[in-house]
Write a protein that binds this ligand. Structure first.
Ligand code: HEC
Length: 168
């Protein structure tokens, strides 16, 4: 609903004269003036056009605020890895070969426990894209979304292993 004050306020926020405002809405200046005096209320196409303008204006005001929040890290666009979701995926998909804790029982299946998160992510993406190929691992990786990859990488990376450095 657009009452006279709403129309006046919207036009003021847009910084438009009655003429320019009327032109934008494709109505006569007379109509705008009647709305602002409260002699008529906008209906139909005009009402929808006004609502569209108001919505556009709200977005224009919100956009710099949202961008600032992202810039200052208040809102994160990157989805933080979810270890619990990663654990569930590992339980149903990966554990059969790499073990629930990332220590495998099979000689040709690598251990993943405590591996660097970024390394795991890169390898899983390489399998998924076909850059790295393995008969057993490729079909598994192809079924993972980017979020799955981030989650399982975070999960396996969080698992304990006891690495020994090479003797010098
Ligand atoms: C059917 C067995 C199987 C399943 C299931 C499986 N993998 Fe693998 N995975 C392998 C094998 C075999 C390799 C070694 C591939 C190679 O030699 O290149 C491997 C390699 C990897 C590597 C690379 C390790 C490295 O050191 O470079 C990662 C990471 C990996 N798997 C993660 C996963 C994740 C996460 C899942 C579950 C979504 C999963 N795998 C499911 C068999 C499996």
């Amino acid at each position: 609903m657009f009452r006279k004050h709403d129309v006046v306020r919207l036009r003021a926020r847009l910084g438009l004269t009655q003429e320019k405002f009327a032109k934008k809405l494709e109505v006569s200046v007379w109509a705008v003036s009647k709305w602002e005096q409260g002699l008529h209320e906008p209906t139909g196409r005009c009402l929808r056009a006004l609502e569209r303008l108001a919505k556009l204006l709200r977005m224009k005001i919100m956009l710099p605020i949202i961008l600032a929040l992202i810039a200052f890290g208040v809102i994160s666009t990157a989805h933080a890895a979810d270890i619990a979701a990663g654990k569930e995926k590992v339980l149903f998909v990966c554990s059969e070969c790499h073990g629930m804790t990332g220590i495998s029982d099979v000689e040709n299946f690598p251990n993943l426990a405590g591996q660097k998160e970024m390394y795991l992510t890169i390898q899983l993406k390489a399998f998924k894209s076909g850059k790295r190929n393995d008969e057993e691992m490729t079909p598994e990786a192809k079924q993972l979304t980017d979020a799955d990859i981030a989650n399982v990488a975070a999960y396996y990376s969080s698992q304990q292993c006891s690495p020994k450095r090479a003797e010098r």
